[in-house]
Write a protein that binds this ligand. Structure first.
Ligand code: ATP
Length: 385
């Protein structure tokens, strides 16, 4: 496959893999810095998600990789090849946008063949056939885009980009225009296609569930910077900042006095009760902190009744809200110090729902807790509806 530049730029025999590397990448628009000294490496062949709220700089980052935006400083490499200032069409990179941008007057096969034909490639039939098979649209080859569903149009856009055999495929909110059910099935479809073609996918989204479903690695972005990067379960289970704890799923964050580190545990006091946090999940060692616990890790029982599997316990709450959502029941529990905790209980059918007003205790296994520095805004990353 022909890559960027000529043979002189080609990786040496001892070439490193063709990972995408952004080093110290910054983009300023007048006085506003949209992307700040970003450092990240996307391994070749991985599915990488840039996740963050609107305006955090994800699209600007993607546009710099595509060559549609010039960085203010920093570099972009693909393997050993620097592409920071390379023209977009000379980069082995293609982009799939949210608004598919298909040619309405061309049929599906012609849309997919477009890039190859423009490059003067003849006899494209076989490659187009393979691509349509990959995206499961072989039977729709003769249709015009307007005769397709949203999901099918998105798959044409994907085939049209993949036929160019880019090293990196950039996806900018590619499922944003689809309804929820279609989005879910397209997430699985995209993951299957990426695994099959083995091309590096960099996917931009503000939808945390979408990022977690598909990506091998997620970089959570906030205000132009990466807050935390890692595998989805790693970020979810062990967030390092209040922003990540709140943006990726939901968290109960309770004010805690940190007592100190002992035997690999950090001991804390929360509202008079004792609790502990495993050392590798404690991101602060002294002073005050936020003790974090995910709602589905909190157990609940009527006061006086045994809690299923007790760990660290706080007594004296009462239920202020109950919502039955099928697979689980979601409780809001007001504690004595005024804070409302979220508790998600799986509907195993083992007991009846606890009605509003019930006096309850809450408990969790210490190994599920995490501890964050209290200097951070406790509500950072909470999205308004
Ligand atoms: P969204 O999900 O809403 O697209 P995003 O995280 O992709 O958000 P960007 O589009 O990268 O965010 O924008 C980051 C910030 O840079 C925003 O505050 C935006 O207003 C600003 N910005 C983007 N492009 C320009 C531009 N051409 N001139 C000035 N400011 C810009």
């Amino acid at each position: 496959m022909s890559l960027v530049g000529d043979a002189a730029d080609a990786p040496s025999a001892a070439a490193r893999s063709r990972s995408l590397r952004l080093s110290n990448l910054t983009k300023e628009f007048a006085a506003f810095t949209a992307v700040k000294e970003l450092d990240l490496e996307v391994p070749q062949g991985s599915f990488f998600a840039l996740l963050g709220p609107s305006g955090c700089g994800k699209t600007t980052t993607l546009r710099m990789v595509a060559g549609l935006e010039t960085p203010s400083s920093g570099t972009i490499h693909l393997g050993d090849t620097e592409v920071t200032y390379e023209k977009p069409y000379k980069r082995p990179v293609n982009t799939v946008f949210q608004n598919y941008a298909l040619f309405p007057h061309l049929d599906v096969a012609e849309n997919v063949a477009f890039g190859l034909k423009r490059r003067g490639v003849s006899n494209v039939k076989q490659q187009v056939g393979e691509m349509l098979e990959l995206v499961e649209l072989s039977s729709q080859a003769g249709k015009k885009p307007a005769q397709l569903s949203g999901g099918q149009q998105q798959r044409v856009a994907l085939a049209r980009a993949l036929i160019n055999k880019p090293e990196v495929l950039l996806l900018d909110e590619p499922l944003g225009a689809l309804d929820l059910k279609l989005r879910r099935s397209m997430q699985l479809e995209l993951k299957r296609i990426q695994t099959e073609v083995g091309i590096t996918f960099v996917h931009v989204t503000h939808d945390q569930e979408e990022a977690m479903t598909m990506a091998d690695t997620i970089a959570v972005m906030n205000a132009g910077e990466i807050e935390q990067m890692g595998a989805p379960d790693e970020l979810y289970e062990n967030p390092r900042t209040t922003f990540v704890a709140n943006f990726l799923g939901q968290s109960n964050l309770i004010e805690a006095d940190i007592q100190g580190r002992e035997n690999g545990q950090v001991e804390v006091r929360v509202q008079g009760a004792r609790a502990s946090v495993p050392g590798d999940r404690a991101h602060s060692d002294s002073g005050s902190g936020w003790l974090g616990i995910r709602p589905e890790k909190v157990l609940i029982a009527q006061t006086g009744e045994p809690i299923d599997a007790p760990g660290d316990v706080i007594t004296g709450g009462h239920v202020t809200d109950v919502s039955f959502v099928g697979v689980s029941t979601q409780y809001t529990v007001k504690m004595q110090w005024g804070q409302e905790l979220m508790v998600f209980e799986q509907n195993t059918g083992s007991r009846a729902m606890l009605p509003v007003g019930t006096q309850v205790d809450v408990s969790w296994h210490p190994e599920y807790a995490f501890l964050l520095d209290a200097s951070q805004d406790v509500s950072a990353g909470i999205e308004e509806d």
